[in-house]
Design a protein around this ligand. Structure first.
Ligand SMILES: [Zn+2]
Length: 318
């Protein structure tokens, strides 16, 4: 906009060897309450605002670091796919967009899969990075999800998905849309193997992923305040010519209307997932189950005494 700020100042800085230590690097403004948050504190709090509990977007590696026990995990290798088969170009070439996204995120594509444990229970986590082209679902993301599901089946462990996506990757056209049935088939593979598939819906979960693997979990957990929906609010309002409620497509609204099973604070995600896996696989969860405390020993309860052995005989006589 301004050639002095955009051109002259960076040139002077680079000539003088001044590092760009602007407050943007140290402080983040909370989109929820507007408070300035010290970046280091924010990262220690898993990018949750300490003032208003706003859950900020996190990338795939951050998710792995927070979710796997001790932050240790084995990342599954990237599965190569044909690069830009449609030779797509809008204002920019798709290959250039990919190059930029790779440089920005240090990832080959939007989805990563890794093995590790949550609460000592082995799992595979597939995580989507919104910072990589809006977490869009293309061939490589589809491959990564399928590879994660295949690994879960081979190891006989549950699959946990952390979604953050704007939908299909339009630069790959039909090849992107084909990832919807592919990932759906991968979910079915987990179902056939009777392995739990737990989905964590984070902000935003929209478009093609909602129409496929993101909404096919055994349990759907949403992070507070996350936007979850197929098409955008404005599109729907224009179609039905009605004003939608303010809370529309928010995690809490979806919980009320039965589209998600629970809304869980990011700090409680691990224990919730460990508990769910424990319940679904009868594996001992590392975290104690939230059962109400029993007050009395049941020994003196007459209902608890074993039935007398005369009853079966009476029944047999009849
Ligand atoms: Zn805040």
């Amino acid at each position: 906009m301004n050639w002095i700020t955009n051109f002259v100042r960076p040139r002077i800085k680079s000539l003088m060897g001044v590092k760009d230590q602007t407050p943007e690097n140290l402080w983040t403004k909370c989109p929820g309450c507007g408070e300035m948050l010290f970046q280091r504190d924010l990262e220690a709090a898993q990018l949750v605002c300490q003032h208003c509990d706003f859950h900020m977007k996190a990338n795939a590696k951050q998710r792995f670091g927070w979710m796997f026990d001790g932050g240790t995990y084995d990342e599954l290798p990237y599965v190569p796919v044909p690069a830009d088969p449609l030779k797509f170009r809008d204002e920019k070439r798709y290959t250039d967009r990919l190059k930029d996204a790779r440089a920005k995120t240090g990832q080959q594509d939007a989805v990563l899969a890794a093995r590790g444990t949550i609460g000592n229970l082995p799992v595979v986590i597939v995580a989507q990075n919104f910072m990589f082209m809006g977490g869009s679902l293309g061939m490589a993301s589809g491959e990564a999800f399928v590879a994660g599901a295949e690994r879960a089946v081979a190891d006989q462990v549950p699959l946990v998905l952390v979604v953050a996506s704007g939908g299909a990757r339009m630069q790959e056209g039909i090849l992107s849309l084909m990832q919807m049935p592919r990932t759906t088939a991968a979910v079915q593979m987990l179902r056939d193997a009777r392995l739990p598939y737990i989905v964590v819906l984070t902000d935003p979960t929209t478009g093609g992923v909602v129409a496929s693997y993101a909404m096919l979990g055994d349990v759907h957990i949403a992070e507070p305040g996350a936007t979850i929906g197929f098409s955008g609010r404005r599109v729907i309002e224009n179609t039905i010519r009605e004003k939608l409620p303010e809370s529309f497509q928010r995690a809490e609204y979806l919980l009320e209307h039965g589209m998600v099973d629970m809304v869980v604070h990011r700090h409680k995600l691990n224990e919730t997932i460990a508990r769910l896996i424990g319940l679904m696989t009868a594996a001992p969860a590392a975290t104690p189950l939230a059962v109400p405390e029993t007050t009395e020993a049941p020994a003196e309860d007459p209902a608890a005494t074993p039935p007398s052995d005369t009853e079966p005989q009476q029944q047999a006589a009849q």
